[in-house]
Design a protein around this ligand. Structure first.
Ligand code: ZN
Length: 220
């Protein structure tokens, strides 16, 4: 994988998998929401019905209101579940101890209430500083960002625009960030068209983040 050592902590932040791997990771953040159900059931049912591997990043505040949905995500063998902070804090504004608490909250909840050891972590808003990287490393977690921002929560973007944006950038080893909390009004349509048409055409197979990171298959 492309983890050439760079200055300081940046080397620990993963934005993509091996560029030789003919696969792509679709990732869905479950950030807390103030309005609505916070769960895009149609999207998740589509992924389940079509057996599409996907990775979810759950925030603690979201989990507190979605016990049955957490159970559902965990029981699907081709889904991977990581964490996304406790209250969706802006991590760089916080001290070492506060960042640690924010990061650890949902990791502990998943472990203690759901017997799931979550290793993947994505910071809320994708925001972090050197302290964040250190804390994540100390906790033994993997720091997962993305190299394709779908823009799916943006209400001004149409499904065509979001799809075009992903299609233009999608290449072997890509990690795409999307949302499964209902914020992305076009997300289900985008994912349907991606998985039924765009990705097969590009020879990219959807896999979980961990599968992507351990993928050694060369492009044929
Ligand atoms: Zn988020």
């Amino acid at each position: 994988m492309t983890r050439t050592p760079v200055a300081g902590a940046q080397a620990e932040v993963i934005r993509s998998g091996p560029p030789a791997c003919p696969a792509i990771a679709l990732t869905f953040d479950l950030c807390p929401v103030r309005k609505g159900t916070g769960y895009d059931k149609a999207l998740i049912d589509y992924l389940i019905d079509h057996r599409i591997p996907a990775t979810f990043f759950l925030s603690g505040r979201w989990m507190a209101k979605h016990d049955a949905e957490v159970e559902r995500l965990l029981e699907i063998g081709f889904f991977e579940v990581g964490t996304h902070g406790e209250v969706h804090a802006h991590l760089p504004m916080h001290s070492d101890a506060e960042q640690r608490r924010e990061i650890l909250g949902p990791v502990k909840l998943l472990s203690e209430h759901y017997a799931h050891e979550a290793v993947l972590f994505r910071p809320p808003y994708g925001e972090y500083n050197d302290v964040t990287v250190d804390v994540v490393k100390t906790l033994g977690l993997k720091f997962i960002q993305w190299n394709i921002e779908s823009g799916d929560p943006d209400p001004t973007l149409s499904a065509d625009q979001i799809l075009a944006r992903i299609e233009r950038r999608a290449k072997p080893g890509s990690i795409v960030v999307l949302h499964a909390n209902g914020k992305g009004k076009q997300t289900r349509q985008v994912v349907e068209r991606l998985t039924a048409d765009v990705l097969p055409r590009k020879g990219l197979k959807p896999v979980t983040v961990s599968e992507l990171l351990s993928c050694k298959q060369p492009v044929r």
